[in-house]
Design a protein around this ligand. Structure first.
Ligand SMILES: Cc1cc2nc3c(=O)[nH]c(=O)nc-3n(C[C@H](O)[C@H](O)[C@H](O)COP(=O)(O)OP(=O)(O)OC[C@H]3O[C@@H](n4cnc5c(N)ncnc54)[C@H](O)[C@@H]3O)c2cc1C
Length: 454
């Protein structure tokens, strides 16, 4: 590889961000005795996949669960953290009814009033074929206008803050993952899974904590990276703020796991990605349990909650008997998320106002990468610009701008570090990419990124 030191142990690597991706890169580099530092701006590790204890209950940053069809990655994660297989218990609340999650179009036909049923059936039978250019068209082709307007349109607008006609079809391919009604019976995908893994102890954050414990000497908390020292097209050092002082970490290579919009600003580049912020409202309820479900989706546009989870149902290890914690995700605009969430839970009679013990609000600016119609062009620009800096690499959800889960972030880190440390792997990919070496040196070796660049 162009700038790789021949002896890998001599190379100094700066990793920006101590979420799953940064910690995974660190742990994997440590197996090669590489000299590295992980810089984390906040006071905690784990990023979006962290957990914290509140009222004696492990709370995740919105519910997280592990489902992957990648056996190798699954086995590595299970070896890292003891986990249990859970049978999915989830529902959807919509128009005053409780229905199955994921949506089963056949159930809708007998659960709702004849007018709604007629619209669903009529919309499906007489559906037109639209060009597959947007999420809207993909959903209309798969389900017809009735079901699209009943569920997919309001839920997408609520979740992403965008009209479905402005969303790329790629989002549809990943999030609907069905091409027609028959496909809803194929129940073994990231959406249609029946069971999932969850750590026995410590919440989902146990994964990040285990990675951290293996490399904690290398991790600097409350340390924000603010820019780079450059020499021609190469980074020679990372500038960071620690205890209010600007410092420099001289290095040979940088792995960035932070949102690409922030990285772009450091490099004087504008990558016009949209990230949807998420407000996470935690409610401590003075009851042993509130629901029997892991999570409940709320399909109506006038209810601010997207999804409500109850952590005790994921793991009740060492939890108090007299309280439970619910967690609501809110992405639609509201000036008072806590009150709006409470209005919704009282409307659905989940518990009584006098049973509320405490509330907590966490605001995450980078909740969801929103796949707008032009996002693939912006991604190409990102890959091209980053590709010009030979020793800068992107790994992770918001860095790569991919709507991926923890298992995929770990897989991305793993395939990148393997590529970095294996000249053979490098040659194979070089051949595929036809001499595009500058770009190649910066990409992650997953198919999606390669496809985008080619
Ligand atoms: C609502 C929600 C639900 C989810 N559900 C699931 C699920 O069920 N299962 C699952 O597996 N995954 C789920 N995910 C996805 C999962 O959380 C992410 O894929 C994963 O946590 C991303 O890890 P990362 O390291 O790539 O990024 P991040 O977690 O974003 O880590 C980046 C880190 O960089 C730090 N940082 C930012 N700027 C700087 C700077 N200038 N200097 C230093 N540090 C900086 C941040 O503080 C952060 O810690 C969900 C995500 C969300 C938001």
């Amino acid at each position: 590889m162009n700038n790789t030191n021949s002896n890998p142990t001599d190379e100094k690597v700066a990793i920006i961000g101590a979420g799953i991706s940064g910690l995974s890169c660190g742990m994997l580099l440590s197996e090669f005795n590489t000299n590295f530092k992980v810089f984390e701006s906040s006071e905690h590790i784990g990023g979006l996949a962290r957990s914290f204890k509140w009222h004696g209950i492990n709370c995740d940053l919105a519910p997280h669960r592990l489902f992957t069809k990648n056996e190798e990655i699954l086995n590595e994660l299970l070896e890292l953290v003891p986990m249990e297989m859970k049978k999915r218990q989830s529902k959807m609340f919509i128009r005053g009814k409780i229905i199955r999650d994921p949506v089963n179009p056949f159930e809708l036909l007998y659960k709702f009033n004849p007018l709604i049923t007629f619209k669903l059936v009529f919309g499906f039978i007489f559906k037109r074929k639209y060009p597959e250019t947007t999420f809207e068209n993909l959903a209309l082709n798969a389900f017809g206008r009735g079901l699209y307007e009943f569920f997919f349109k309001p839920y997408t607008e609520k979740l992403l803050g965008e009209k479905p006609e402005n969303i790329s079809m790629e989002w549809g391919r990943q999030k609907i993952r069905v091409s027609g009604l028959g496909d809803v019976f194929k129940r073994n995908t990231k959406i249609f899974f029946k069971g999932f893994y969850y750590p026995k102890k410590g919440g989902y954050g146990a994964i990040a904590n285990t990675l951290y414990n293996k490399i904690n000497d290398h991790v600097l908390l409350k340390t924000s990276v603010i820019g780079f020292e450059m020499d021609n097209k190469k980074i020679t050092g990372v500038k960071y703020i620690e205890n209010g002082q600007e410092k420099l970490y001289k290095c040979d290579r940088v792995i960035s796991t932070i949102p690409s919009t922030i990285l772009g600003k450091m490099l004087g580049k504008d990558f016009s990605f949209k990230y949807q912020p998420v407000k996470i409202v935690y409610l401590m309820v003075k009851k042993k349990n509130v629901t029997p479900y892991h999570w409940i989706y709320f399909g109506d546009k006038d209810v601010v909650i997207n999804r409500l989870a109850e952590f005790k149902n994921f793991s009740d290890h060492d939890t108090p008997d007299d309280k439970s914690v619910l967690c609501a995700e809110v992405t639609c605009p509201t000036t008072d998320p806590v009150n709006d969430v409470l209005k919704a839970v009282y409307k659905y009679k989940l518990f009584k106002p006098e049973e509320l013990g405490d509330t907590l609000l966490i605001d995450e600016k980078f909740g969801y990468p929103v796949y707008l119609k032009d996002f693939e062009q912006v991604k190409s620009k990102l890959n091209n610009e980053i590709g010009k800096i030979k020793n800068l690499h992107l790994v992770g959800r918001n860095a790569e701008f991919r709507h991926i889960d923890v298992d995929e972030g770990y897989a991305s880190a793993r395939s990148f570090i393997q590529k970095l440390k294996s000249k053979a792997g490098h040659k194979t990919i070089t051949a595929k990419l036809n001499n595009n070496e500058d770009v190649l040196d910066n990409i992650i070796t997953d198919n999606e990124t390669i496809k985008n660049i080619v």
